[in-house]
Design a protein around this ligand. Structure first.
Ligand SMILES: Cc1ncc(COP(=O)(O)O)c(C=O)c1O
Length: 380
């Protein structure tokens, strides 16, 4: 099997997480909403235990966590729910140019239904321009949405400052923390966040389960649900709860909270070693701020290649992600890298190497060799 260096796309579920999940797929199969019997109570207890653990990761209150099907749904619920809540009072949303598509496309949807959206640019290192952010606010701005860590470059935005600016203008602050939650410490209270999205499969949990943190003291706590039905999750998100995935998510959050420092130390050393090896001989450029970024990812451009063929050659040995959103017909350079002002050539020739809890030293060593050998073959 190729060496897996695409942990920003998804992570291997931790075996401890899988073990936690399994009973809820076999003997403990109750519906968490069944209030009249043991099976339901058992499922409900598992959900509430997971909610506590996830809240613990963010220093939130368990009552502030709403389970969803993933970060995409959490983002849709936050943005559409709040903009709907405030319709009549305000209609303007501020976002950042390098947000994940889940934010960009939700904003587009809101725009097509009559809301106004301002997109704030980033600098050449991928960090949001705070001066432009400040000037983007209008009297009718309802909310600002800025991610914590970028999925392509790992660049970390100054969320605390963004939250302060947002509050100063009387707006709510939504943060997409999908790539940061479980990897770096997050305290929603210290950071001043009203709403936050996260996802289990980026922190060694299963796919298809995520959460939205809704600050109970914030006006956002009255957002309009986007899924109507049985009134689950205190009415914020109807639909039978995915108990196995939720139990697993809780476990993944707790393990990440406890092992964050160990993971960070080990993975950052491996990332730095890989990065040095790949950039050491020159003609390779790191994209994004070299320091203010996640410790598990490096986004590197290797100019002078045919990126598609290079990726094909690499993919026999290692699993990485390209800087291009590749549709079947055209290969578009990454909009994130373009928004940072990179030229087409550099954006097209960008590759994202993202490491995780299960990446070994040997894998990093071998992957580095493979990339260097493939590079010299392509360049000669
Ligand atoms: C920054 C960011 N936001 C949102 C998402 C969407 O998450 P999910 O797969 O849970 O819907 C991702 C996934 O790649 C992401 O990296």
């Amino acid at each position: 099997m190729p060496i897996y260096l695409d942990n920003n796309a998804t992570t291997l579920p931790d075996p401890r997480v899988v073990e936690k999940m399994l009973p809820f797929l076999t003997t403990h199969y109750g519906n968490a909403a069944s209030a009249t019997h043991f099976y339901g109570w058992e499922a409900r207890d598992a959900v509430e235990e997971a909610r506590e653990k996830l809240a613990g990761l963010l220093n939130a209150d368990a009552k502030e966590m709403v389970f969803t099907s993933g970060a995409t749904e959490s983002i849709n619920l936050a943005l559409k729910g709040v903009m709907e809540q405030f319709s009549g009072k305000g209609s303007h949303l501020v976002i950042c140019s390098t947000e994940h598509k889940a934010v960009l496309d939700t904003a587009k949807h809101l725009e097509s239904s009559g809301k106004a959206v301002s997109i704030v640019p980033v600098n050449e290192q991928g960090i949001i321009d705070l001066v432009k952010l400040e000037s983007a606010f209008r009297p009718d701005t309802v909310m600002a949405a800025v991610m914590l860590a970028n999925n392509e470059t790992g660049v970390i935005h100054p969320v605390n400052e963004i939250a302060n600016i947002t509050r100063k203008h009387g707006a709510l602050f939504f943060c997409d923390a999908t790539q940061a939650a479980g990897k770096i410490p997050i305290d929603v209270n210290i950071l001043g966040i009203d709403l936050l999205a996260c996802s289990a499969h980026k922190m060694y949990g299963p796919k298809g389960i995520g959460a939205l943190y809704i600050n109970k003291k914030s006006a956002a706590s009255k957002l309009i649900a986007q899924m109507d039905g049985g009134g689950h999750e205190r009415g914020f998100r109807s639909g039978t709860l995915n108990v196995p995935a939720i139990a697993a998510f809780g476990e993944a959050a707790e393990i990440s909270r406890k092992e964050m420092d160990v993971d960070r130390q080990r993975i950052s050393q491996l990332r730095d070693a890989l990065e040095q090896k790949l950039t050491g001989s020159g003609n390779a450029y790191i994209n994004g701020h070299p320091k203010i970024r996640m410790y598990n990812v490096t986004n590197i451009s290797f100019p002078g290649l045919e990126p598609q063929r290079f990726m094909m050659a690499l993919s026999k040995h290692i699993a990485v992600s390209s800087g291009s959103a590749c549709t079947s017909v055209v290969q578009e350079p990454s909009y994130v890298l373009k928004a940072m002002g990179l030229n087409d050539e550099r954006a097209r020739n960008a590759f994202r190497f993202s490491l995780g809890r299960f990446t070994t030293e040997e894998e990093v060593y071998t992957a580095g060799d493979v990339v260097l050998q493939t590079l010299s073959r392509f360049r000669s």
